[in-house]
Structures are given as structure tokens and as C-alpha cells.
Design a protein around this ligand. Sequence first.
Ligand code: MSP
Length: 674
Amino acid sequence: MTARRTLFQTTPIYYVNDVPHPGHAYTTIAADTLARARRLQGHRVFFLTGTDEHGQNIERIAREKGKATQAYCDEVAAVFKALWARLDVQYDRFIRTTDDIHRRGVLELWRRMTAATAPDGQTAVYRGKYAGWYCPRCEAFKDEEELKEPGHLCPDHERPCEWTEEENYFFRLSAYSDWLKDEIESNRLLIEPAGRRNEVLSVIRQGLKDFSVSRARVKWGIPVPEEPGHVFYVWMDALANYVTALGFADDAAEFRTFWLEADERMHLVGKEIIRFHCLYWPAMLRAAGVPAPTRVFAHGWLTKGGKKLSKTTGNTIDPDALIDRYGTDAFRYFFLREGSFGQDWDFTDDAFVKRYNSDLANDFGNLVSRALTMVARYSDGQVPPRPASLDEGDDGLESRFQSEKVDWDATGTALVSSVFARYESLDYAGALGLLWSWVGQLNQRIVVQAPWEMAKDPGRRPELGQFLYRLLEAIRLIAVMAWPVMPAAAERVLAMMGLAPGAPVPEDLGWGRLEPGTTLPPVVALFPRIEAAGAEPRTPKERKVPEETTRPAGPPEETTQAVAPGGDMVTIDEFAKLDLRVALVKSAEKIAGSRKLLKLQVDLGDEVRQVVAGIADAYTPESLVGRKVVLVANLKPAKLMGVESFGMVLAASLDGKAVLCTFDADVPPGTKVK
Ligand code: MSP
């Protein structure tokens, strides 16, 4: 394990001008995942988030809503907190700029800044007159060249900017240009991705302008002590949260540990606010004699229909509706898996459903349920004995994986360190991609090793036990490594493996942690498939059979139903709803009192099912045993002649007699038929 580091990390504090949308959730989930990954590696982490509540924009919105400003802020801050709770975000502190600890911290920062001398020998703060175009939504002055004409519109918000002339306090940013350039070029302030670093350096090259740090007209803010009619500029106020929350005003122990002495002080931000974080903020701290941040990561935007998700442009999605539909873990997984974190990417429901079904329901969910079902069936529901020498290269699972694409040494540490290196560089899609390539390889391994064949031969029992132990161990480790992204689902998997409830600890990243002989609890479905965009996820597999039904299972009886008109063609998505599988007939018997019906037990690779098929007039029970047939595996269960049927065998009908669909090569049971 790497040496224990002390790491401070933040999200931007979000404006309370409206309730949160998935853009805010995106940053916050990313920060939470990083914090969890770091804690899981044994590092000491402080994760800060919060809300930005001052400024004329918020004051105006509260007025429009007919609410007292503070009461309005309280309401929206509570909505942010509730969303973070729903999304399993575990921050260490939630700072609000209306908190007293923040106000006192801002005053302390101001006291130090006003006492400071800038690198050019002049005072760091001075009084001056400002005249310019101000966008109240950005809470920033805009250069005349930036404005969209006619109407002097803000380029981001497409709303008119206001011509503003004021006597203000200014911060002498221009004097810090060389220092900033040096910090960034030396990577003492690491700006990522590299393109953003170049962007900031180019802003410095074009010449930095001093900025005003007080506002004469705004009422809703922290009053400037020297000028009670002024409040602090909202960005000066907001940026300070990163230290005020730690108790900067009181020189608190937390401030010393997590800011002054931290190994890393990192801000995670959207790309639109790098200027504030990479220029204004480090220079303000420099003036105040406080160490600057060491890392700023600027991620790309979430867009919809090509436009940034944003409250102000009205292009938004309700995060609660997404969580209702897909669940917290799928929400977190999708946002971190789908796009590349530094880049913009477009949200679609369709992509969400596809990811959900393919990665979560199919690949991961099936892997877990197949493995656990096999343990239930072949190992009395208990963790099999631990293979004698897990770290000696035998032909077991982990050594076989060495030859695969993913580098997996005998203890699994190579995969663990590759995954965590990706988390650390905020390459979430990369970390998950690596884990899911493992999921895919394990699924394949099951088909290739065919444990159900091992189970037939009592002499191969030890081999079967070793295979299952290693398979479970690999899944356990994948769940632990995926925990930072999907904590609840991972903990559910670990619980199904008989492990103690709660968050995994650094020791869980080792290989061979499962305790042989542990009796495993019942398997529960993790991610029930979602049928299509807009549809509800299915509830976990219902095995209860409806009392009375007359619908036939087995090849359809001859019917007089009219042939569907050509207009009733199905789409590929509709067809894809059918789960067709290769099934091996293990036993067959006649159903008493029926001429046509047979009761079959069929093997689907990871389970054996009972199916009733109307094929007795064409096949004897004996002739069916050992044959492979096509089964509609997701047909609603039915009862025929009092016998339960969990699926339907496909057959053609020739002269009223069933002709089974078969395969012209040997295909393992459970293989999907498409
Ligand atoms: N209050 C300031 C930040 C002050 S930090 C000292 C602010 N607030 S905000 O509510 O507008 O939130 C901005 C942040 O929310 C972005 O930097 C980004 O992290 C996140 N996002 C908001 N919309 C987003 C997208 N459409 N896509 C990705 N992230 C988004 O600016």
C-alpha cells in the first residue's frame, strides 16, 4: 500500500438560485468517488462541499418568490443536502456562505489581504473606480468584446449585462502574474487536464487585470468593515469557503491539518470557473500569506441536445426522477462511466438504458447471480475451501488471468493499483472500463470452464471448489474496487458473500479474504433489467406462479388467430426484450392426464429450471434428455395442468406436430440466442 497521505478536496459551492440538477450531481459524485477511493486506500481525506448563497442574483430570486432571502437560502440548501444524501455522498462538511464560521473567516482573510504588500511593492488591496458591463448571473464584469450584440448580452447567459460604475476595493491581481505563471509552470499548482493549464497560462500571457472585491449596490452579502455600505464581491466571498470551512478564522486544528499541512489541496471544478480558481484564489491566498491550492481539476460539461445543462438556460433534467427510475448506484455509475471526465458529453435516456442493461443488469448482475447460484447448487451454499496455494502459479483462475489482457498477478495487486491510479487521475471511465473488462472475462471464464460439467464428475469436486472460490474472490475484489462508484450495490454484493456489513477497508483489497465454510445468504437481484426508455425497471425475478392460467407454455397450440398485418412489425428493441437461451434438457417426463404436455428440467448454465412443453406427440421423454433446445427464459411463469412452467421451448409446427429448434454446433447451456 502507498504511504498514508492527508488530502483535502472540494467541489465548487453551488449557487442556491435554483434546485440542483445532474450537472451539480456530476461534480459531487465524482468528488465523493475520489474521496471514497482514497479512504479505501487508507489515506486521510477531508471532502468539502456546500452552497454559495450571497449576491444580488439570489436576493432578486428570493424577492421574486416572495420569500425572505435567508429563508429562501435555507430551503434550497436543504434540497442540495437531501440530494447528496440520496446519492450516498459522504462529505465531511457542508459549508454555507451564510454560516457564521464563514463570515468570520472572510473577515480574517480580508484583514490579511488589506495588510499585504503585492510583489510590485504596492498595497495588495486599493480603492478605485470601476465602470463596466456586469452580468448579475455570472456575478462578473464582462469585457466589451465578449458581449453579444445587440443588447449587450452576456455570452453565457444571453441576458443583458448592466452598465455599472462604482467606487470599489480592488485586488491587485496584475502584480501576481509572474508568481502565478511560475506556480503553474512548475506544477506546484497542477492544473488538469493539460488543455486547461494551457488556457490559464494564455490568460496570464494576455495580461491580468485587477478585480474589484467589494460591491456598493449589493445588499445581500458580508459587509466590508471599512465601508458598511459595501459587501464583499460574491467570488471573493465564495472562494474563501475552502479555508473558512476548516476554521481558518480560529486557526483551528482542522485548518492546520487539512490545509496548511496537507499533502494535497485540491479543487474539483467545472471548466467555466478555472479563472477564479487558478488565478484569483491562489493570488488572494498568496497575499494573505496562506499556501495556495496544489491541484485544480476542471471537468467538462454535461450537455443535453448539445447545450450545457443549466438552470439559467432552462435546459435541465430532474435528478430525483432519474434516481427513482434507475437507482442511486446506477445513477453514479452511468455519469462516471459514460463520458470522459475532462470532456463535454451529451446525456440521453437511451444511453442510460443501454448502459444500465448491458453493464449492470447483464454483465455485472448476471455474473454475481451466476456465481452465487452455482455456490448454492454445487457447494451447499457455502464458500468452498480456500485453494491451498493461492499465490503459486497453478492452472487456477488468477494465474490464468495473467495471460489475459488485464494484468493480474498472483495476488491481484496489479489490477488493484491500475484501478486506483485511474481513480486518482480522475479517469473514472478508465477505472470502470478496467473493472468491467474483468467482469467480461469472468463471465467468459464460466462458459469456458463449464463448472456444471465439473459437477457431474465426483472426481472433479476439488477442482470445482477451487474454481468457485477464485470466482467468488474475483467478484468480491471487483465489488470492493467498484465501491467508490456504487457503494450500496457493492455492499450488497459483499453481504451476499457473507461478509460483515459496512464500508470495505484497505485490507479488503488483498486476495483471498473470503472465509471458507461461510454460509451465504439468499441471492437478491442487483440490477433488474429495464425494458426500454421510459419504462420502469423490472422488480427482481418473481418466482411466484399465478394461481390459475390457461396460457400454454411450450410450442404454441394450433390457433386460428389471424396473421398480424405487415404494419405490426416489431422493432429490434422489442425483439431484444425476449431473453432466448440455450437450454440443456436434463430430464423429461409425461404429465399425467395430458396427451401433449411434457415436464422438462432444463439447465441454463447457472440454474436448472422446470418447463412445460407441448411436444409429447412428437418426442418421447427419453429422446429429449441431453438435447439442447431454445428457451424463452423471461416468459412470465404459468401453470399448466397444475404444473409450474418457467419459460417456453421453441419449436416449429409441421402438420400439427412440434419440430424442435436445435443447433448445428455444440453451444454451452445459458448462451444467449439472438
Ligand atoms: N457558486 C459558483 C462556484 C463558487 S466556487 C467557490 C458556481 N456555482 S454553480 O451553481 O453555477 O455551480 C457551478 C458548478 O456546478 C460547475 O463548476 C460544475 O462543477 C457544476 N455544474 C453545473 N452545471 C454543470 C453541467 N452542465 N455540467 C457539468 N458540471 C456542471 O459557479
